[in-house]
Design a protein around this ligand. Structure first.
Ligand code: ASN
Length: 350
């Protein structure tokens, strides 16, 4: 299914003596959490097959925590996610959090690009209401499927008042990560996600417990205003270019020729750049392309003026933001400005 929107209550809430339960809207986008092994013989399983209503119906315990309604924004393997669809997701979540009768929004999403969609939500949704993104590593019909328990924990997080004001949260197993810091760091294990400085908190005894809050600006406090992007169906093109030993500068020129307005360079170590590539990146910069320097190393900071003279080249240093989130932030920044000082500030604070 490519694109459908439906809203129907699927889990009858059990209303306790204290009054009504929080209203959580679950927006389905597909992924392995909605995957099925029975749906294909050509590969291990097909992602994005089971509807979000059916996913929720398999976890009746959520009815004790929240009044849940569901809608299906799309039904895809998250490898197909792109910025136009991610913008649609952000706008839909913002509309929902704006509604008085909605207390929190939960997004089910494939894990492959979950961190990029979650980061865009984190930067743009102007609300203190909890926004939670959740996926799974095993398809819904696999033995030991992790989707149902992840979904239950995600509802626990979304429905709890202590989750307010923390931006977009990613629930993986018992862990609650900030969308800004989380990354998928394993191809197949159930505990596939991690954050440089650990999760914000965990679900223990059925309750979210936070050790600390998100480190950077998000939502209403971020420099980005969703309303200012009204009318934009896409963000400016930004490419990610990985340096390997002996990469010819002509590859950089070819990428620039595609019309890229921004380039995230993924270098070894602390974002190092070979001389020939640096000359090509200088040509790109002279042509108006904004160059962000990032690293192929899993974790750590690309410090401004560290491995490279960023001021001399007029490059932007990505800090500890990985290359794929750097692409998201640069695309968003380029929708507003070409000024590299302002873009560096955005990288330092978001
Ligand atoms: N575990 C997963 O969700 C992987 C799947 N390919 C997806 O991202 O949609």
């Amino acid at each position: 299914m490519a694109d459908a929107t439906a809203a129907a209550p699927v889990v009858e809430p059990v209303v306790g003596p204290g009054g009504s339960l929080p209203h959580v809207v679950v927006v389905g986008t597909g992924g392995t959490i909605a995957g099925s092994s029975a749906a294909t013989t050509a590969k291990h399983y097909e992602a994005g097959v089971v509807t979000v209503e059916d996913l929720l119906a398999a976890v009746p315990q959520v009815g004790e925590l929240a009044a849940v309604t569901c809608e299906q924004l799309c039904q895809i393997d998250s490898v197909e996610m792109d910025l136009p669809l991610q913008l649609r997701l952000v706008r839909r979540v913002a509309e929902l959090t704006d509604r008085e009768d909605v207390d929190a929004v939960l997004v089910t999403h494939g894990t492959d690009t979950l961190e990029e969609s979650a980061y865009l939500l984190h930067l743009l949704v102007p609300s203190d209401k909890p926004v939670v993104v959740v996926g799974a590593m095993r398809p819904a019909d696999a033995p030991g499927a992790d989707g149902p328990s992840n979904l239950l924990n995600a509802v626990r997080v979304a429905a709890h008042p202590s989750s307010r004001g923390l931006g977009t949260l990613v629930v993986a197993g018992e862990e609650i990560h900030s969308a800004r810091d989380v990354r998928k760091e394993h191809t197949s294990r159930v505990d596939a996600f991690g954050s440089l400085n650990g999760p914000l908190g965990e679900v223990a005894g059925g309750v979210p417990r936070y050790a600390h809050g998100p480190s950077r600006l998000h939502g209403r406090a971020s420099a980005f205003d969703l309303e200012a992007l009204a009318g934009l169906d896409d963000l400016p093109p930004v490419e990610v270019l990985v340096t390997r030993a002996g990469l010819p500068g002509s590859i950089v020129d070819a990428v620039v020729a595609t019309g890229a307005r921004g380039l995230v360079h993924v270098g070894p170590g602390a974002g190092n750049i070979p001389e020939g590539v640096a000359r090509a990146l200088d040509r790109a910069r002279a042509a108006g392309v904004v160059v962000v320097r990032s690293t192929r190393v899993a974790w750590g900071t690309v410090a401004r003026g560290g491995a490279v003279d960023d001021a001399g080249h007029d490059f932007v240093a990505a800090g500890d933001l990985g290359p794929y989130k750097a692409r998201v932030l640069l695309a968003l920044a380029l929708a507003v400005t070409d000024d590299t000082a302002r873009i560096q500030e955005a990288f330092d604070t978001h």
